[in-house]
Design a protein around this ligand. Structure first.
Ligand code: 4AD
Ligand code: MG
Length: 469
């Protein structure tokens, strides 16, 4: 077959192809369907560049190669040369009249798992190696890319520097969740000290190490030098929580800003979320429309609503009053001092305010050591952003910049000073008021795609008992 430059299906369907009409073009991709009769065959071809397929028309008599056409089945990968013509049928602008065809890889119809449409999302999770070839996961992963790109765009435009914080960490101070150990020790023959404890001095790093639960502490070091930084990387939590909103490996975006107080922090979080949602509304229309049609009738309306309305801001204390007066029966009863469960968060967002909510000033006992203590001594300058259908999407705070207060918080919580001496030094030398937050990337993906399970918005989910792919 003649060598021609490959055209992406996206370019053929979305760009101006006037100059290509009547010309020979090449497309490559995976067959979604083939139908027709003994005279003509219609192949719907998808190359993942766009949700839509391009139609390839084959004049069976003229093509005169039944063996080759037989191998063109759902799932097969092919390369097609042919004349680009304006489409006769509706639904597509152009199509290709095939003149040459190569089968790169066949897909046996008896065993190809995606032979038929309409598989459940649960089944597709079991074939995570093939599910990117479905319309749903193509749409989800293209949106994931667009969002990641928009995140870098947003910060770059505003003078934030992307700081790479470590994945392997020697500190366990954050207290954000159970950690995964990192070791090269032989687990069948672990070196012990004379007292019978594990001798980490003989491990790879000469100390106990874990996968990070957050880049924040290192992010703060960056902000206290570069003013505005952000991290965007994988984080790991070994909790055994099997919910639709938790992963053991998830991605987090953590901006950290010198000279920001808790109000600046809230403003940034709201502006950031609205920017990202608007970006996807503008740039991923076809994929969003598909997801709306398939899974969630209100999807696009809900996204627009969030971009057009001001988030409700109130204190934790006020939120507790509202919950207590709601007359609702919650599985976990509420009173001042308890950590909010997602049922409480969702009541506030979905039933009471009917829009995103930012809660601030939580009780110090339920929040991390680094949050700035308020003048009342009872609450800290925490902020959580709560979203419809998701609950907590962002967690953050103004940070405690006072050395003495921070030391007493650390002692209070039993965190050894030797583990965080480097963090404490930033409060000793040129400390500054500063704030930051963490956005769960997959929680945002859940909201934007309307998917119901966090396992369906990351290519290869890591959850308890599941790391096959
Ligand atoms: O509230 P978290 O634990 O906050 C932090 O880690 C801070 N260090 C952030 C900061 O101030 N820089 O986590 C932040 C966000 C949550 O709001 C949630 O969206 C997401 O990360 N998240 C998870 N997403 C998926 N699976 C999990 N197991 C998650 N745990 C938290
Ligand atoms: Mg949190």
């Amino acid at each position: 077959m003649e060598q021609l430059k490959r055209q992406r299906v996206f370019d053929l369907l979305k760009k101006d192809t006037t100059s290509l009409i009547g010309e020979q073009v090449n497309v490559k991709g995976w067959v979604r369907t083939k139908r027709g009769n003994k005279n003509v065959a219609f192949i719907a071809l998808n190359d993942g560049s766009i949700i839509h397929n391009i139609q390839v028309v084959v004049d069976v008599q003229e093509f005169n190669n039944d063996e080759l056409l037989k191998a063109v089945t759902t799932g097969a990968c092919i390369s097609v040369n042919g004349k680009l013509v304006e489409s006769q049928g509706k639904g597509q602008s152009v199509e290709i009249i095939a003149s040459g065809l190569v089968v790169y890889g066949s897909a046996d119809p008896d065993t190809y798992p995606l032979q038929k449409k309409g598989h459940t999302l649960e089944f597709l999770r079991e074939i995570a190696h093939l599910r990117p070839r479905t319309n749903t996961f193509g749409a989800v992963f293209r949106i994931r890319h667009a969002l990641a790109f928009a995140i870098h765009n947003y910060f770059n435009d505003r003078g934030f520097y992307y700081l790479h914080t470590p994945i392997i960490t020697g500190s366990d101070a954050e207290g954000a969740g159970a950690m995964f150990h990192v070791t090269t020790m032989d687990l069948n023959n672990v070196p012990k000290t004379e007292e019978g404890k594990i001798d980490y001095s003989r491990d790879f790093f000469g100390k106990e190490t874990n996968l990070t639960v957050s880049g924040q502490l290192e992010g703060e070091l960056g902000a206290l030098a570069l003013s505005n930084i952000y991290t965007f990387g994988p984080t790991f939590r070994a909790e055994n929580s099997n919910t639709t909103r938790h992963l053991a490996e998830f991605w987090m975006i953590e901006p950290e800003m010198a000279f920001y107080d808790i109000h600046d922090n809230q403003d940034l979080s709201e502006d950031f979320l609205k920017y990202l949602i608007s970006y996807v509304l503008e740039n991923c229309t076809d994929d969003l429309e598909f997801l709306q049609k398939m899974y969630d009738n209100d999807l696009i309306g809900r996204l627009k609503f969030v971009t057009e309305n001001t988030f409700e801001r109130l204190s934790y204390t006020r939120a507790i009053e509202i919950l207590e007066q709601s007359g609702q029966k919650f599985e976990y009863p509420v009173k001042w001092g308890v950590d909010l469960q997602s049922e409480h968060e969702r009541y506030l967002v979905e039933k009471h305010f009917k829009k995103p909510v930012i809660l601030t000033d939580y009780p110090r006992e339920i929040k991390a050591f680094y949050m700035k203590v308020n003048d009342d001594g009872k609450t800290v300058r925490a902020m959580d952003v709560l979203f419809p259908k998701i609950g907590e999407i962002i967690g953050g705070s103004q940070r405690e910049e006072n050395y003495d207060t921070l030391i007493s918080r650390i002692n209070e919580m039993g965190i050894p000073e030797k583990d965080v001496w480097w963090y404490l030094e930033t409060r000793k030398f040129g400390t500054a008021p500063h704030s930051g937050f963490g956005l769960g990337f997959e929680r945002l993906m859940l909201f934007i795609t309307g998917m119901g399970n966090i396992r369906d918005v990351i290519p290869f989910p890591r959850t308890p008992q599941n790391a096959e792919f």
